[in-house]
Design a protein around this ligand. Structure first.
Ligand code: HEM
Length: 542
């Protein structure tokens, strides 16, 4: 998943759409040595193997997309992509002007189709998994960490893994995680209470919430109580370090060359963090495998029933032929579970709390809903059955996922031409950037798209909307496998937070009280952090 579009990142979002020319044979290996670029000569990849004259054909097909003005006919839109808040405002402008799609080019070799309307998004995201390709230019930096996992793999390999992993995200499994979400949230709230007792109620959300989501994931994935919210944990620090370094690498042009990157300070830090993360996961997987092999069936059934965690489930998953996942594959999936699950969910929680802090009347309405739900209870905990009984809170969470989507965009390539409305064709092999941000802020689809209005998600409004208008978790065969997990955690954290605290806009250390500047990185963050004033509420009956 990609989120930000720094101008230096051009080769990551650009497209070798007619790479049969001799210049591409020179340039691509130069920028990405060590990869197989023989296809630039028309020899390798089916995706890009075009008959003679194909470049012109591809260009003709692309000519049906509007091209925003460029500074130069030669380098095209190179250098025009902006990062930070300005990058998002730039997408707003594109969406206002071009309504559904446009195409960019970077120098003579690279093209990118950008789409931001549900009717254009649909054929791309709904295309069968077998013809969808996660392009290596965008996802390759994740490979040393995640291996050939579900997030990165393609074709038959992806489809086998998706089948094997689906059971790990079934409702019956997710139910067991609710207690964990409550416990991790309680730990974070106790921390906040201590901070407030020390006279500070201006709290930065991203730090605490990210540690909290990591704490939950560690318990759900490995049954590991790391205490990472209270004290430094080597594994958790290494995951945070890896996520930061991936973003940093994207921003630095020279670091895109593997042979340079591994020699840099950042590359060395990446390797060190990687060995901690892989060492930890490998250890858990091997110990579990050993335990299972040592226990006979009768011992297993006689043993006290243990709540199954993610590793237990994927260790026992088998396909139709009785084939399970190898240790390396399990390692890759466990690492992906931690990577894909922590930052994204933390971003969604932080922005939901931020939006409710900005709109006190909606905050109050959610709080009343939670108080009503728990009014007969002795223990203030959210249970699995409660998740469907928080309709207004759910509407606020969804509206926040629309307005501040954690993931800004995803990219895809296809092994066949794809037809879009108006008889437009995306030629096979061309990278398409499906803008989640653009679709969620498209005024043709959402009236006053920059307003926070939870009523958009009232049930009867759903019927009038396209199924690809709201896509925080992407859509189609390669949608987010963890979305129910994420939504369950979001509801628990938001409900318990509103029950115990009143939130209002905070003060940035630079003194800014209003006008948070959004920061599109791997996930959507806020420049200088997201600060909220947190005021404890009196517990029930006092
Ligand atoms: C609010 C939280 C989350 C958001 C907004 C989110 C968003 C997304 C998006 C947009 C994709 C598509 C990525 C692409 O096509 O490149 C995706 C894929 C994925 N997500 Fe999530 N995600 C969230 C939480 C989670 C959680 C909690 C997990 C696991 C515990 C998870 C695991 C995955 C995996 C494994 C994929 C790849 C699926 C595939 O390709 O078959 N995500 N997510």
């Amino acid at each position: 998943m990609i989120t930000s579009w720094p101008s230096s990142d051009i080769f990551h979002y650009a497209c070798p759409s007619w790479c049969s020319g001799s210049a591409s044979q020179v340039l691509l290996p130069l920028f990405y040595p060590g990869r197989d670029w023989s296809w630039t000569g028309g020899n390798r990849c089916d995706l890009d193997r075009e008959p003679a004259g194909a470049p012109r054909l591809v260009l003709r097909k692309l000519s049906c997309f509007s091209k925003p003005p460029t500074h130069s006919w030669l380098i095209g839109h190179l250098g025009q992509m902006k990062s930070a808040e300005e990058g998002l405002l730039q997408v707003d402008e594109l969406v206002k002007t071009y309504k559904h799609s446009c195409s960019w080019f970077f120098g003579p070799f690279y093209h990118l189709v950008r789409v931001f309307h549900p009717d254009f998004v649909k054929p791309l995201l709904m295309a069968p998994g077998s013809i969808t390709v996660k392009d290596e230019l965008v996802y390759d930096h994740l490979r040393p960490w995640l291996g050939d996992s579900l997030l990165i793999s393609n074709g038959d390999e992806w489809s086998r893994k998706r089948r094997l992993l689906t059971s790990a995200f079934h409702f019956d499994i997710l139910k067991n995680y609710i207690v964990t979400f409550n416990t991790s949230t309680n730990i974070m709230h106790e921390k906040w209470k201590r901070t407030i007792m020390n006279g500070n109620n201006n709290i930065e959300m991203f730090n605490d919430v990210t540690l909290m989501t990591l704490d939950s994931l560690l318990k759900c994935a490995f049954s590991c109580s790391s205490n990472c919210q209270e004290s430094t944990n080597e594994y958790v620090s290494a995951i945070v370090e890896l996520s930061d370094l991936i973003m940093d690498r994207r921003l630095k042009m020279l670091h895109h060359w593997d042979w340079i990157y591994w020699k840099t300070k950042q590359g060395q830090r990446f390797k060190k963090a990687l060995s901690i993360v892989h060492g930890y996961t490998r250890d858990v997987v091997q110990k579990r495998r050993l335990l299972i092999s040592q226990q006979t069936k009768s011992e297993l059934s006689a043993a006290a029933p243990k709540r199954k965690d993610f590793v237990d489930i994927i260790l026992s998953a088998e396909d139709e032929d009785g084939q399970g996942l190898s240790d390396e594959e399990i390692l890759a999936e466990a690492n992906t579970f931690m990577f894909a699950g922590h930052d994204t969910t933390a971003s969604a929680i932080c922005w939901t709390l931020y939006n409710l802090a900005q709109h006190s009347h909606y905050q109050e309405k959610c709080r009343e809903e939670v108080i009503e739900l728990l009014k007969e209870r002795d223990e203030l905990a959210i249970e699995w059955e409660d998740l469907t009984n928080l309709p207004f809170t759910t509407m606020c969470i969804k509206e926040s996922l629309r307005l501040h989507s954690p993931v800004q965009a995803v990219t895809r390539k296809y092994t066949q031409d794809i037809t879009l409305p108006g008889n437009r064709t995306v030629p096979k092999g061309v990278i398409c950037l499906v803008s989640i941000y653009g679709t969620h802020h498209n005024p043709v689809v959402w009236s006053n798209p920059n307003d926070f209005d939870p009523m958009r998600f009232e049930l009867n409004n759903k019927e009038t909307r396209s199924s690809t208008a709201f896509i925080p978790f992407s859509a189609g065969p390669r949608n987010c496998i963890g979305q129910k997990f994420a939504l369950a955690e979001l509801k628990v954290v938001v409900a318990l937070t509103l029950l115990r605290f009143r939130l209002s806009p905070g003060v940035n250390p630079d003194g800014r009280t209003t006008g948070v500047r959004r920061l599109p990185q791997l996930v959507l963050r806020a420049e200088g952090g997201l600060w909220l004033q947190v005021e404890p509420l009196k517990p029930k009956g006092t």
